[in-house]
Design a protein around this ligand. Sequence first.
Ligand code: DO4
Ligand code: MG
Length: 283
Amino acid sequence: MHIVRYRSDSDPRPRVAVLNEGVLSPLPVAGMFELLSHRVEEIERMCADAVPDPSLGDVRLLAPTDGAMEVWAAGVTYLRSRDARVEESSLKSVYELVYDAERPELFFKSPAWRVVVDGEPVGIRSDSELNVPEPELALVVNRFEEIVGYVVCNDMSSRSVEGENPLYLPQAKVYAGACALSSGIRPAWEVDPSDLAIRLTVTREGAVIWDGTTSTKQIRRPFTQLTAYLFHSEDYPHGAVLATGTGVVPDLDFLLHAGDLITVTIDEIGELRNPVVAGKDHF
Ligand code: DO4
Ligand code: MG
C-alpha cells in the first residue's frame, strides 16, 4: 500500500488517497500537508477506514509534496559517500570530519512545488561537467517529528561544483530538476527500513552504462538522529521529507549526459525513473 497525491479527469484538484493493488481510496484531507499535520496512529486509522472510489477514471500520480512541505537531505551518511567526496574535493577533511561527527550534515534541497516525480525529467546544470544521480531512501515526517513513511529520492548533484569548494554546496544541490521523489509513500507501519536494497541504474541509448547497489543497513546514523537534528531548532507544520544520503556514487570518470535514463529502486518502497535534461529551460 502507498499513500499518493493524484489528479483525476473528473476533478482537476489534486487529492490524496491510499493506492492499494491499483485501487484508489481517497483520504479526507485537503492535501499531503494536512495529512502530515496528524499523528501516525491517526493517519494509519484514516488509511484503514478509506473507501475505494471506482468512479475516478484515469488519474495522474503527482509528487508526494505540497503546501509548505520542504525537502531536506542528509549528506555523508555512508562510507562510500565520504570516500567519493574526499576523492573529488580540494578540501578533503570536511567530509572525513562530518562523517565521524555527532552532528550530521543536513541541507535544504527543495520546496514542495519544485519536486519532480516518476517519469518527469531531472536536470544537470549547464555550468557543471561532472554530474551524478544520488539514490537515497527519504523519510516522510509529520509535524510531530514522527516518520510516517518512506519514498525513493534522487538527490541530483554536481560533483564539479561541490568539488571546487564545499561552500558551493547549495549550487551543487539546488537547481532546476535536482530533486526527484517517487509518487507513493510506503507507510512506516508496513515496512522495516533497516535492511533494504537500494539500486541505481543509468541507461544510455538502451544500454546499461552504470549500475550499483547498497543497503540501508550501511548507513552510519539512525534515522531518528537525522530527524532530531532537523527538528531541533525549526518546526515543519506541513511536514517534511528528509533524504538520508547516498551509499552509491559512481567513480570520477562517470559523466551523466542529457538523454540518459536514471532508475532508482528501493525494495519495498518503490521505483523512480527519470530522463536527464541539461539546463533550466526544460522546467
Ligand atoms: O556533502 C555533500 C553532500 C553529500 C550527499 O548528498 C550524500 O552523501 O548523499
Ligand atoms: Mg545526497
